[in-house]
Write a protein that binds this ligand. Structure first.
Ligand SMILES: [Zn+2]
Length: 189
Protein backbone atom coordinates (compact mmCIF):
# COMPACT_ATOMS: atom_id res chain seq x y z
CA UNK A 1 0.00 0.00 0.00
CA UNK A 2 0.96 3.64 -0.05
CA UNK A 3 3.41 4.57 2.62
CA UNK A 4 5.11 7.78 1.60
CA UNK A 5 4.69 11.16 3.25
CA UNK A 6 1.40 12.81 2.39
CA UNK A 7 -0.07 9.62 1.01
CA UNK A 8 -1.07 8.06 4.27
CA UNK A 9 -4.63 9.07 4.43
CA UNK A 10 -8.13 8.11 5.30
CA UNK A 11 -9.26 4.72 4.05
CA UNK A 12 -10.92 5.23 0.72
CA UNK A 13 -14.14 3.74 1.95
CA UNK A 14 -14.35 5.89 5.04
CA UNK A 15 -17.85 7.03 5.82
CA UNK A 16 -18.74 10.55 4.83
CA UNK A 17 -20.10 13.05 7.31
CA UNK A 18 -23.86 13.27 7.45
CA UNK A 19 -25.34 15.52 4.83
CA UNK A 20 -22.36 15.20 2.52
CA UNK A 21 -24.11 13.04 -0.02
CA UNK A 22 -25.66 13.92 -3.29
CA UNK A 23 -26.25 17.59 -2.89
CA UNK A 24 -22.87 18.74 -4.15
CA UNK A 25 -22.98 21.25 -1.34
CA UNK A 26 -20.26 19.58 0.63
CA UNK A 27 -17.14 17.83 -0.61
CA UNK A 28 -15.43 16.34 2.39
CA UNK A 29 -12.63 14.64 0.47
CA UNK A 30 -10.34 15.42 -2.41
CA UNK A 31 -8.56 13.34 -5.01
CA UNK A 32 -4.78 13.70 -4.78
CA UNK A 33 -2.70 13.26 -7.94
CA UNK A 34 1.01 12.84 -8.20
CA UNK A 35 2.92 15.62 -9.97
CA UNK A 36 2.80 13.34 -13.02
CA UNK A 37 -1.00 13.41 -13.01
CA UNK A 38 -1.34 9.85 -11.78
CA UNK A 39 -4.04 9.41 -9.15
CA UNK A 40 -2.55 8.59 -5.75
CA UNK A 41 -5.21 8.53 -3.08
CA UNK A 42 -8.16 10.22 -1.53
CA UNK A 43 -7.41 12.73 1.20
CA UNK A 44 -9.61 14.39 3.75
CA UNK A 45 -10.53 17.97 3.12
CA UNK A 46 -8.44 18.98 6.09
CA UNK A 47 -5.40 17.21 4.66
CA UNK A 48 -6.02 18.74 1.25
CA UNK A 49 -6.10 22.22 2.70
CA UNK A 50 -2.89 21.60 4.65
CA UNK A 51 -1.15 20.38 1.50
CA UNK A 52 -2.21 23.49 -0.38
CA UNK A 53 -1.40 25.91 2.42
CA UNK A 54 2.09 24.43 2.81
CA UNK A 55 2.75 24.60 -0.91
CA UNK A 56 2.93 20.83 -1.33
CA UNK A 57 -0.03 20.66 -3.66
CA UNK A 58 -1.95 22.89 -6.03
CA UNK A 59 -5.67 22.83 -6.64
CA UNK A 60 -6.72 21.54 -10.07
CA UNK A 61 -10.45 21.42 -9.55
CA UNK A 62 -12.36 23.23 -6.92
CA UNK A 63 -15.83 23.86 -5.79
CA UNK A 64 -16.93 27.46 -6.03
CA UNK A 65 -16.91 28.10 -2.34
CA UNK A 66 -13.90 29.53 -0.57
CA UNK A 67 -12.46 28.05 2.56
CA UNK A 68 -11.35 30.70 4.97
CA UNK A 69 -8.51 30.22 7.35
CA UNK A 70 -6.82 32.69 9.60
CA UNK A 71 -4.40 33.72 6.90
CA UNK A 72 -6.04 33.13 3.56
CA UNK A 73 -9.02 31.97 1.57
CA UNK A 74 -8.60 29.07 -0.83
CA UNK A 75 -11.11 27.40 -3.14
CA UNK A 76 -12.54 24.18 -1.71
CA UNK A 77 -10.27 21.55 -3.31
CA UNK A 78 -11.87 18.66 -5.18
CA UNK A 79 -8.83 17.50 -7.16
CA UNK A 80 -5.30 18.50 -6.30
CA UNK A 81 -1.84 17.70 -7.55
CA UNK A 82 1.40 17.37 -5.64
CA UNK A 83 3.92 20.01 -6.66
CA UNK A 84 6.74 17.47 -6.46
CA UNK A 85 6.68 13.98 -7.86
CA UNK A 86 6.56 11.29 -5.20
CA UNK A 87 7.90 7.90 -6.11
CA UNK A 88 5.45 5.19 -5.11
CA UNK A 89 7.40 1.94 -5.14
CA UNK A 90 4.65 -0.52 -4.35
CA UNK A 91 1.94 0.39 -6.75
CA UNK A 92 0.01 -2.79 -7.28
CA UNK A 93 -2.33 -3.03 -10.23
CA UNK A 94 -5.90 -3.76 -9.30
CA UNK A 95 -6.84 -7.32 -10.19
CA UNK A 96 -10.00 -7.77 -12.23
CA UNK A 97 -12.58 -9.14 -9.82
CA UNK A 98 -16.33 -9.00 -10.08
CA UNK A 99 -16.34 -5.94 -7.86
CA UNK A 100 -13.57 -4.02 -9.63
CA UNK A 101 -14.86 -4.84 -13.12
CA UNK A 102 -18.38 -3.68 -12.23
CA UNK A 103 -16.83 -0.61 -10.69
CA UNK A 104 -14.77 0.19 -13.77
CA UNK A 105 -17.79 -0.25 -16.05
CA UNK A 106 -20.08 1.66 -13.73
CA UNK A 107 -22.39 -1.34 -13.44
CA UNK A 108 -23.39 -0.98 -17.10
CA UNK A 109 -23.66 -3.96 -19.41
CA UNK A 110 -20.99 -3.76 -22.11
CA UNK A 111 -23.43 -5.25 -24.64
CA UNK A 112 -26.81 -3.58 -24.05
CA UNK A 113 -25.99 -0.72 -21.69
CA UNK A 114 -28.46 -1.93 -19.07
CA UNK A 115 -27.72 -2.46 -15.42
CA UNK A 116 -25.12 -5.17 -14.94
CA UNK A 117 -24.13 -7.33 -12.05
CA UNK A 118 -22.21 -10.14 -13.67
CA UNK A 119 -18.84 -10.26 -15.39
CA UNK A 120 -18.36 -11.75 -18.86
CA UNK A 121 -15.22 -12.86 -20.68
CA UNK A 122 -15.42 -11.26 -24.14
CA UNK A 123 -13.39 -14.07 -25.63
CA UNK A 124 -14.85 -17.01 -23.67
CA UNK A 125 -12.48 -18.88 -21.43
CA UNK A 126 -13.55 -22.07 -23.17
CA UNK A 127 -12.04 -20.60 -26.33
CA UNK A 128 -8.80 -19.53 -24.72
CA UNK A 129 -9.91 -16.16 -23.38
CA UNK A 130 -7.87 -14.95 -20.44
CA UNK A 131 -9.05 -13.42 -17.23
CA UNK A 132 -7.47 -10.02 -17.76
CA UNK A 133 -8.74 -6.45 -17.91
CA UNK A 134 -8.82 -6.35 -21.68
CA UNK A 135 -11.06 -9.41 -21.82
CA UNK A 136 -13.54 -8.86 -19.00
CA UNK A 137 -16.59 -6.61 -19.02
CA UNK A 138 -19.64 -5.99 -16.92
CA UNK A 139 -22.70 -7.73 -18.35
CA UNK A 140 -26.33 -8.07 -17.41
CA UNK A 141 -27.55 -11.56 -16.61
CA UNK A 142 -29.60 -11.70 -19.81
CA UNK A 143 -26.74 -10.79 -22.17
CA UNK A 144 -24.32 -12.98 -20.26
CA UNK A 145 -26.68 -15.92 -20.61
CA UNK A 146 -27.31 -15.31 -24.31
CA UNK A 147 -23.66 -14.83 -25.09
CA UNK A 148 -22.60 -18.02 -23.31
CA UNK A 149 -19.61 -19.44 -25.22
CA UNK A 150 -20.18 -17.46 -28.40
CA UNK A 151 -17.85 -14.97 -30.01
CA UNK A 152 -19.22 -11.48 -30.54
CA UNK A 153 -19.27 -11.69 -34.33
CA UNK A 154 -21.22 -14.93 -34.15
CA UNK A 155 -24.00 -12.98 -32.46
CA UNK A 156 -23.54 -9.76 -34.39
CA UNK A 157 -22.80 -8.01 -31.11
CA UNK A 158 -20.37 -5.20 -30.44
CA UNK A 159 -18.79 -3.89 -27.30
CA UNK A 160 -19.96 -0.44 -26.29
CA UNK A 161 -16.41 0.41 -25.18
CA UNK A 162 -12.91 -1.04 -25.27
CA UNK A 163 -12.12 -2.69 -21.94
CA UNK A 164 -8.86 -1.51 -20.37
CA UNK A 165 -7.16 -1.72 -17.02
CA UNK A 166 -8.26 1.13 -14.77
CA UNK A 167 -5.74 3.70 -13.57
CA UNK A 168 -6.93 3.72 -10.02
CA UNK A 169 -4.92 1.69 -7.57
CA UNK A 170 -6.06 -0.60 -4.81
CA UNK A 171 -5.99 2.47 -2.60
CA UNK A 172 -9.38 3.39 -4.03
CA UNK A 173 -12.41 1.62 -2.78
CA UNK A 174 -15.68 1.62 -4.66
CA UNK A 175 -16.99 4.44 -2.53
CA UNK A 176 -14.05 6.67 -3.31
CA UNK A 177 -14.16 6.09 -7.04
CA UNK A 178 -17.84 6.74 -7.21
CA UNK A 179 -17.87 9.63 -4.80
CA UNK A 180 -17.27 12.57 -7.08
CA UNK A 181 -18.11 12.78 -10.79
CA UNK A 182 -15.38 15.42 -11.17
CA UNK A 183 -12.79 12.80 -10.34
CA UNK A 184 -13.71 10.45 -13.16
CA UNK A 185 -11.70 12.39 -15.75
CA UNK A 186 -8.55 11.85 -13.68
CA UNK A 187 -9.27 8.20 -12.95
CA UNK A 188 -10.25 7.11 -16.46
CA UNK A 189 -8.13 4.47 -18.12
ZN1 LIG B 1 -26.96 -6.61 -21.33
Amino acid sequence: MLTTGPLNEVPAGAPQPAGAHGTGASLPRALLLNASGEPLCVVSLHRAVVLVMTGKATVLESEGRLLHSERAAIPLPVVLSLTRYVHVPTRRPVPPTRRTVLQRDDHRCAYCGGGADTVDHVLPRSRGGRHEWGNVVAACVRCNHRKADHLLHELGWELRFTPRAPRWSVAFGAAAVRAEPVWSRYLAA
